[in-house]
Ligand binder design. Structure first.
Ligand SMILES: Cc1ncc(COP(=O)(O)O)c(C=O)c1O
Length: 368
């Protein structure tokens, strides 16, 4: 028992199943010399939009760019406000600020950790242009309510679906609710590249055309630039890898859900375990528990070679880089409390029964 180690993720093991095909794809890229956009990217965009049930998908450099290009397509600029959550990865807000717009934070629902839609309307002003919810940990935010508010006030919706490939709410996939959705294929994501990668989904043809331009310097044809854009393309080689891995996403998500249900059954009397909302399929990008004894539990597990992580230890409104926005401790109490209590446990599909049991036994041991 003393020799057991549980990493937070195991990418080496994940790639064992697909290694031969990945190497073949690499070989093909070298043999054909096709490295930028082209067939592998088009094929992946088609499969991905079919999977999400959006009309279009545009492969880009990473998940951050997916959000940045979406905001740019809407011409979000200085003076505009974007309503979002403070309990997420920094990139969600960074893109708003990189457009010189202002993030307006709405606190989270302490049960789902997603934006609290009952507090959203009071933050809408004349300057509000976009609502940018995050499907945190792999559970879709309350998109029916968000879309209803957006419609009422004539706002755009951009989903940050970086953690939610394949998550469902009322039979609709994350990424099919908003005007745009940004996904990340960062190596630790449920569906991941072997490096950086991202994609935007949209069902609006004009936005689609604009996104195609924005990812290659705003060019509609060679050396003819209609927009000021970016250099943000999904690499052909990464698209080839993703074409192989997308075939496994349903299986991997199912395995994550199975691990999650074992954790919940075993741990619900010891800690607060994740709540799955009605008519939702959570894909457990993270399996995140909460307990006021978080820091001690984390240390206890680390001493027993069990890796855990905190998503996220500092809510965004209290980040030093955002001090100029003048938020203070106490402004968004649920996000602040969550940041002190959450702990993500290893939930990768390849975790062994022995490793899973070891994590569960040690959490129980800590609380006895
Ligand atoms: C919620 C969220 N938004 C945005 C991103 C940014 O994605 P990327 O790292 O691919 O730029 C991530 C992941 O890192 C994320 O978890």
């Amino acid at each position: 028992m003393g020799d057991i180690k549980v990493p937070f993720v195991d990418l080496v093991k994940q790639h064992e199943t697909v290694k031969k095909d990945l190497i073949k794809a690499f070989q093909e890229a070298i043999d054909t010399g096709g490295f930028i956009l082209g067939k592998p990217v088009e094929t992946f965009e088609e499969s991905f939009s079919q999977f999400i049930q959006s009309k279009y998908a545009v492969g880009v450099g990473n998940g951050t760019d997916a959000l940045m290009l979406s905001l740019t397509a809407l011409n979000i600029k200085k003076g505009d406000e974007v309503i979002t959550t403070p309990f997420t990865f920094f990139a969600t807000t960074e893109v708003i600020l990189n457009r010189n717009a202002t993030p307006v934070f709405v606190d989270i629902d302490p049960v789902t950790f997603n934006i609290d839609t009952s507090k959203l309307e009071e933050k809408i002003s004349k300057r509000t242009k976009v609502i940018l919810p995050v499907h945190l940990y792999g559970q879709v935010a309350n998109m029916e309510k968000i879309n209803e508010i957006a419609k009422k006030y004539n706002l755009y919706v951009i989903e940050d679906a970086a953690q939610a490939v394949g998550a469902l709410r009322n039979n609709k996939k994350a990424g099919s609710f908003g005007d745009f959705a940004g996904f990340s294929f960062y190596p630790t994501k449920n569906l991941s590249a072997l490096g950086d990668g991202g994609i935007i989904t949209t069902s609006n043809e004009q936005y689609y055309e604009k996104l195609l331009r924005l990812r290659k310097h705003g060019a509609s044809k060679k050396y003819y630039h209609e927009d000021i854009g970016f250099n943000s393309r999904l690499d052909a080689i990464q698209a080839s890898f993703l074409n192989i891995k997308i075939k496994f996403i349903e299986k991997w998500n199912k395995e994550r859900r199975e691990i999650a249900s074992i954790y919940t059954a075993e741990l619900k009397n010891y800690v607060e375990t994740p709540i799955i909302e009605e008519n939702c399929i959570h894909i457990f990008h993270q399996y995140t528990i909460r307990t006021p004894k978080r820091d001690k539990l984390m240390k206890f597990l680390k001493e027993r070679n069990i890796a855990t992580q905190i998503h996220y230890p500092y809510p965004l409104h209290l980040q030093p880089a955002l001090a100029f926005l003048d938020y203070h401790e106490g402004d968004l109490p649920e996000s602040e409390r969550a940041s002190k209590e959450v702990l993500s446990l290893p939930v990768f599909p390849e975790i062994t029964d022995t490793q899973l049991e070891y994590v569960i036994d040690n959490i129980k041991k800590f609380f006895i």
